[in-house]
Design a protein around this ligand. Sequence first.
Ligand code: ZN
Length: 228
Amino acid sequence: MSITYTVNRSRKRRKTISLQVSGNSGLIVSAPYFTPVAEIDRFVREKQNWISKTIQKHTEDSIKNKAKKYNTGEHFFYLGQSYPLEVFFEPFENAGVVFWNNSFHLNAQENKDLRKHYFVSWYKKKAREYIHQHVYFFSRELNLQPGNLKITSAERRWGSCSADNNLSFSFRLIMAPPDIIDYVIVHELTHIKEKSHSPKFWKQVEAAMPEYKAHRRWLRDNNHKFIL
Ligand SMILES: [Zn+2]
């Protein structure tokens, strides 16, 4: 592993080398003015575990800070497109999310958890309808019979296939573009025949979906966008 860092050489009476991870500047090493480069390098290499743990924690924290607040003007994904949200509170009308005229409308009081709950239920309902239809289509197309179908709240996994061929999909998938959803469906259906990610498995995925590599890459690069 190669680590990039910035060195701050202090003319003051600093006696030891120290490390700091900052959101904007990455890793900063502070060292006494005349410390040889080799010594700084060795120090950084010795602290490699601490550095990677701290950087990972910083990344996770910055994703959490970007978490939704469920206020008017925020944007939410649905089938790969992002739509603005309008929040209002009409206590005598049905609470929850409605999607019309290319925007989300949320009737809810000022309560982040409650608002999130309404969004999750809306996404789950849409995911259930959409994914059921598409699993049905591809299971006939590929001649692969799944067991039960479940919509989960999984945050890191888009889909899975159990030993007895029950398929699970995260409701978050409904935020992704249609061809990405179909790729995940084809992927999990293929596990009915091939449980591991063997070359044989990928060959079958490719036969059903020649552009699957671009979809995989897309999921890896865009995963962070679909955090609620
Ligand atoms: Zn898989």
